[in-house]
Design a protein around this ligand. Structure first.
Ligand SMILES: [Zn+2]
Length: 62
């Protein structure tokens, strides 16, 4: 759906409900439109996970 893709350009993504996981801090999922890894902000709304954050998880000891 084109409208959803436009929102992705503004970093507003829609989660795939069957992909939602909880890591103890945030909900993570995969965008239903663009397939990016996304997380849910505490204020609401899903944002793409930055690659630097993903790589940083491995360097913080856990
Ligand atoms: Zn998206």
């Amino acid at each position: 759906m084109m409208f959803g893709r436009v929102l992705c350009l503004f970093n507003r993504h829609r989660p795939r409900r069957d992909k939602v996981t909880w890591d103890g801090f945030n909900y993570h999922s995969e965008c239903a439109h663009c397939g990016k890894r996304i997380y849910r902000r505490q204020g609401g709304g899903w944002r793409a996970v930055r690659v630097l954050l993903i790589e940083g998880e491995g360097t913080q000891g856990r």
